[in-house]
Design a protein. Structure first.
Length: 299
């Protein structure tokens, strides 16, 4: 049988005070209860820890050797529960998020600012990566939460919808397509086009839709960053297609957008997390705040 925390507490209190009466007041335990705890501790360790030949209790050599160990064990026990209390009460902790660049820049800054105001000792690590990387980081436990499109053929991942985005045509001011209230995918053909990362979920959607409408894009350049696409469009190099949410990142003088229709393609976005793995208290609170913000703002 292992010593109990009560027995360790009684041993340390008596060892430091050398008096049952003083130890009793110190740890709020009756003297008979302390005596029983000490006797059981000595039975467990297999020998005497105190010499009882005089009125004052004194430590045996074995007791002297054990005292610093017992003090450390009590300290570690107390510290462990204080740490746990801080984690559960969100007084400190860390949340790691893997998110599509669109969501990392378009949705999360406001959410993290609001969360930090409530829980200033929670730290964040934010990785803006492509959808497959989001899934991988969540699957491997390197991210608590993912913000992305629905995972494809991933039974180990759960997806909780947060919002729906749509694709828009982004054009330089003065472009003839901007004269229309909305643009069809078919009408994109024949215009110089700035493509986005070929591995991104958005680019895969764009290529699939253009194949369905039977019109190839006149891609003159591919860019990895949405901000780069925006600058190239503003410079008049070509037009592009981006998720509407990402336009917040590039909204600047010299460009505008129009909704894309025929087909009207929605793009579900949401929270990705591992099935059968509990989230930390801080991660649960952040997930709930993301859901609340999206419901309120319609992000």
């Amino acid at each position: 049988m292992n010593p109990s925390i009560r027995q360790l507490g009684a041993f340390v209190a008596v060892a430091q005070s050398r008096s049952l009466a003083e130890a009793s007041e110190r740890i709020h335990l009756s003297q008979p209860a302390i005596s029983i705890a000490l006797r059981k501790l000595e039975e467990t360790v297999g020998g005497a820890l105190f010499s009882r030949s005089t009125r004052q209790l004194t430590l045996t050599p074995e007791g002297e050797a054990f005292l610093p160990v017992a003090i450390r064990l009590l300290h570690d026990w107390t510290e462990a529960f204080e740490d746990l209390d801080e984690l559960f009460s969100k007084k400190r902790g860390k949340v790691t998020i893997a998110a599509l660049p669109t969501l990392a820049a378009g949705l999360l800054p406001g959410v993290i600012a609001a969360f930090h105001a409530r829980h200033p000792r929670i730290n964040f690590a934010l990785h803006d990566v492509l959808a497959e990387q989001v899934n991988m980081m969540v699957r491997e436990g390197r991210a608590d939460l993912g913000l992305s499109v629905p995972p494809f053929d991933s039974d180990d991942l759960a997806f909780e919808p947060v919002l729906e985005d749509r694709y828009v045509a982004v054009c330089p001011l003065g472009h003839p397509l901007l004269e229309r209230p909305q643009i069809t995918w078919h009408q994109l053909a024949g215009h110089p086009f700035i493509g986005i990362n070929r591995l991104s979920s958005s680019r895969q959607d764009i290529d699939r839709i253009m194949a369905e409408v039977g019109q190839p894009l006149d891609i003159i350049c591919d860019a990895s960053q949405i901000a780069t696409v925006g600058r190239m469009v503003a410079a008049g190099v070509g037009i592009s297609v981006l998720p509407k949410l990402s336009f917040r990142q590039i909204a600047t003088h010299g460009i505008d957008y129009r909704p894309l229709m025929s087909p009207d393609v929605s793009r579900p976005l949401g929270i990705v997390q591992r099935r059968r793995h509990a989230l930390s208290t801080a991660a649960v609170a952040l997930r709930e705040m993301i859901m609340d913000v999206s419901r309120i703002t319609g992000a």
